[in-house]
Design a protein around this ligand. Structure first.
Ligand code: GDP
Length: 282
């Protein structure tokens, strides 16, 4: 018994440290750990597995109460195409997420088109075309170096003509020239709004969870320049914890809509409080 108690205390010490490290905030971390300790006693959990389960359930309840799942859904037009614009810096996983999400919606019998509006980076269009072939969906592309806004225009026209349900737009992510990139994104958005004035649009900001605080800086930057409607948090299959979700929610008020859990087509899940709790804890 005394042996178990020690294991128990080590467990809660680790948990407290994890919560602090995951940017939950020290005060909340202490309070939450106390509540979890009480709950474990109350439930009379004995083995490590039982303790883990009680803690996980309680964490899920806590985050659900905080409204962490609020507005994590995607908004689609009742009829006609909905455009989903993907923004974020190079390498975070925009193209991969589009490939995964396109496959998912195609499976739901939606007509999907892709637009390769990163005409800046060599190979970006080709990479999207690989996903297009794999998913069996058409990719609208321009020539290298062409105006990305014109690719977006062509994509929207194709979506209207072909009565597509969803047009995914892949965009550039060069950070070395912020201002140009933000202007470019604003131009794309204007074109979409002009061509499809009645339709809802999603602007999903993709963030790499392994970059920690950097991801929060990126989120601020993009939020100031484009009307981001949600976050995709990628690479949660590695060692990264999902702790940055909390500051993103609390400071930037942006919902996390999807999480990326690998490089394969099936490695994408809608975000929910349980995943979040597990990512903190696991
Ligand atoms: P982009 O530049 O933002 O379009 O990023 P890419 O889609 O090209 O992704 C960059 C790299 O990250 C590629 O090697 C992807 O396979 C990888 N990647 C994307 N999402 C995930 C993820 O959720 N988990 C892991 N492990 N790798 C990912």
């Amino acid at each position: 018994m005394s042996n178990f108690r020690r294991v128990d205390e080590d467990f809660f010490d680790d948990l407290e440290e994890t919560l602090i490290k995951a940017d939950v905030g020290a005060e909340t971390a202490f309070q939450l750990t106390d509540e979890l300790r009480d709950e474990v006693k109350l439930q009379n959990a004995k083995s490590k597995e039982e303790v883990s389960k009680v803690v996980l359930d309680k964490l899920v309840e806590h985050y659900e109460q905080q409204g962490i799942n609020e507005d994590a859904t995607m908004h689609f037009a009742k009829s006609g195409p909905t455009v989903i614009l993907f923004v974020g810096v190079n390498g975070v996983g925009k193209t991969t997420t589009i490939g995964k999400l396109a496959a998912r919606y195609k499976q739901e019998d939606k007509k999907v088109l892709l637009a390769a509006a990163d005409t800046f980076r060599a190979g970006a269009t080709q990479q999207l075309q690989v996903w297009g072939e794999r998913d069996g969906v058409e990719v609208i592309a321009g020539s290298a170096g062409s105006d990305p806004a014109s690719v977006v225009y062509d994509g929207v026209q194709a979506a209207i003509e072909q009565q597509a349900d969803i047009l995914f737009v892949d965009t550039a992510g060069r950070l070395q020239n912020n201002q140009n990139l933000m202007q470019e994104l604003a131009k794309m958005k204007r074109i979409i709004e002009r061509e499809l004035p009645e339709q809802p649009m999603e602007v999903l900001l993709v963030l790499d969870s392994t970059t920690g605080q950097n991801a929060i800086q990126q989120a601020k930057l993009f939020k100031d320049s484009t009307d981001v409607t949600g976050i995709v948090l990628t690479k949660l299959d590695g060692t990264a914890k999902g702790g940055i979700i909390l500051p993103i929610r609390n400071e930037l008020h942006l919902p996390v809509k999807w999480i990326g859990l690998g490089e394969q087509v099936g490695d994408l899940q809608p975000f929910n409080a349980k995943d979040f709790a597990q990512s903190l804890f696991g």
